[in-house]
Structures are given as C-alpha cells and as structure tokens.
Design a protein around this ligand. Sequence first.
Ligand SMILES: NC(=O)N[C@@H](CC(=O)O)C(=O)O
Ligand SMILES: [Zn+2]
Length: 427
Amino acid sequence: MTATVLRAARPYGGDPVDLVLRDGVVAEVLPAGTGSGSVVDADGLVALPGLVDLHTHLREPGREDAETVETGTRAAALGGFTAVHAMANTDPVADTAGVVEQVWRLGREAGHCDVAPVGAVTVGLRGERLAELGAMAESAARVRVFSDDGHCVSDAVLMRRALEYVKAFDGVIAQHAQEPRLTEGAQMNEGALSGVLGLKGWPSVAEESVIARDILLTAHVGSRLHVCHVSTAGSVEILRLAKERGLAVTAEVTPHHLLLDEELAATYDAVYKVNPPLRSKADVEALRQGVADGTIDAIATDHAPHAGEDKEGEWAHALPGMLGLETALSVAQLALVDTGLLDWAGVAERLSVAPARIGRLAGQGRPLSVGEPANVVLVDPAARWTVDPAALASKSRNTPYAGRELPGRVVATFLRGRATVLDGALA
Ligand SMILES: NC(=O)N[C@@H](CC(=O)O)C(=O)O
Ligand SMILES: [Zn+2]
C-alpha cells in the first residue's frame, strides 16, 4: 500500500515533522520534507489523534428524519472524529444485543468513523429493571458504556445493581444526572433570569445531588461511574473531591456548556433549549477551569439532532438538544486554547485520549507514534469559518452557532490511514 505523507504537520502543535501513514498505522515520523509517498500538505496544520466522542445521538433506529448513522458519522468525520459512542435513546431503544449490533453494523457499512453503541441501563429506558447488559457486552458491538441518557437512573437500587453488574466486563455507567422530581416541567436554568422570563427553572442541585449520590454508590460498590454533560460549578466541586479520594469517577462537559450561557434563553429561540440547560456565566467559567485542571476528563458533544418541527414554535414545547459534532473542535479552540487554558496536547487528551480510555475503545485515542493506528485529524488553527446550518452534513439544522464565526477548521481526517475527510470535504 502506498504511503500517505502528512508533510510538515505539527503533532500536538509542536515542531513540524512528516507523519508517514502506511498499512493503517503511523509507519514513520521523519524530519519535515523528507518523507516519500502521496503527499498531503500539512504545513501550519496541527495533527492530533482522531477525536473520540463519548456522547452522540445518531437517532437510528427510529428518527431517521432527524439523523441516520450514515449522516451522523459523516458529520463526525468532518468534525475530526474517528469514533463516536452512539447513545441508546433510539426507537427501539438500544437495550438488547440485537439493536446494538444493528447500530454497530450500520456504522461499519457507512465507514466514516468507528461507531461504539452505548447500551441502555434499563429496559426501554424506563428505569424499572436492568437491560441485558452482559449480552450487549458480549455481542459483536462489544458494549462497554451503558446509559439511560435522556433519562436519569434515579432509583438507587437499580443504579447500584448496574454498577455492580458492569464490573464483570470493565464497563462503565454513564449517568444523565437529573433528579426527576426537582426538574418536572423545567425549561431553563433556575435563577433570577428564569423568574424574569417566566420559564420554569432546572436547579443546579438536581444535577449535583445525583452526582453526589452516584459517587458514594460507586465508592461503595467499587465500580466505574461516568457523569454525562456536567453543567454546574457545584458539580465540578463535587467531582474534584471524588478525584482527590482517588475514586474511579470520570466526567464530560459539552462544548456548548463551555461557551454559551443562560442569557440566550431570553431570545426564546428554542435552538438554545438543551438538557441540562445552559447555565450562568460563573458556571461556564468553573467548567472551563475544571477542564483545564483535569477534574473534567473529557469533552463530549451531546450531538442531539432534532427535526425542524421539533425545534420550531414555542420554547416550552420544543425538544431539548443541539448539534455538536461539526463545531466541537472549533468551540474547544475558542473556549480553551485561544484563552490559554489548554494547549493542543490538552485538547488531544480531552477530546481523544480520555474518551477512548473511558469507553475502553481499542485502537482509538492512541499517541501519534510509530506503530500506532493511523487515526489522525489535521486542523488549521488559523482558519476562520462562519457556521451555515444548511452546509452542515448533519440531517438536522439545530446548531446554536448559526451565522457565528468560529476559529479552527478540520482539514483532514484519517481512519486507520484512510482519508475520510480531505481539504475539509468528505474524501
Ligand atoms: N441533551 C439533550 O438536550 N437531548 C438529548 C438527550 C440528552 O443527552 O439528555 C437528546 O436525545 O435529544
Ligand atoms: Zn443527557
């Protein structure tokens, strides 16, 4: 197989080298300008390990009008991802070996990136009894992450059993932390602004109380807990204490919670309605600090495509969720790199290495070293682009960044040495 030479690429933002990709691996790392093969001009481009998303809603099966495995993974590749975890809140729910194998197979057929299906924790996401976790783990999809995302596993007995059960195959429970009674009918962050706008509030404590309980349960059981889309300063503080105690607890934050805040609710434009809600400016700052100091392990998109009719009309009736795959790296650059909070090695850790480790994804999130799988993204940090919802690969249009200029452009993505994206377009 002919080699691909990423000419003068800057691994993790460092000095330029030629990265030679051959037979699916990084075959050589040579002085810039010396590699031979099919050349991709990567002068000025930062090379990172292919991004890995812990939290993608692909909507298939069931809502193929909003997204399919094919369109969602195409969006992922264009965003620099070489693997995504597909959330289980589909229709039917991914709560059996059959459904997770179907999603996994559709991902393989599309070929844009690896798809790791997430299994539901409870049958039908109903929170009543455990799903067939073992059968999903042993299926061809090799499920390691289990989540009722969209819903909270609020029953402490079920949560305890799930944590115990997944120990057998080194799985992890990814919790959507939302105390249901405290958030009945909630529409936005609870605070002075929700009062002014007349929208029912979603209090921080509804997230923090579940995280605190789950950390204690996890410590008791000796298992692995992952906290989805952390959104409050208080959550960061609780996680910091858990990490100081050395507990096996990890957490993710979304790009939108690192950039946007509750004031956007004043537009009453439902594109800004998301679960958990956009929080205060102080929360945004605490989340950024949490990512910078490692309290928050990963950035995960929570890419949540919704069909037009589900986002139009009144705020209170719109479904929560926003697109994320194609803007994640740009938003991370804007919120973390351009602010000096994180360098490119830090971005690689939060958007590739840590999510692959948490999801136990073999061959993903590996260093850009000789012999490692050639999963690589090339990004131009100096580029600027304006988000045009109609130009996104996702089947849905619900990006909160429409018309906004963002820094950093994904130029190319390689999946085991094969270009999935080249010159910013699908290869
Ligand atoms: N985040 C959201 O607002 N919505 C997600 C569910 C979820 O991640 O909680 C969805 O499936 O639409
Ligand atoms: Zn969720």
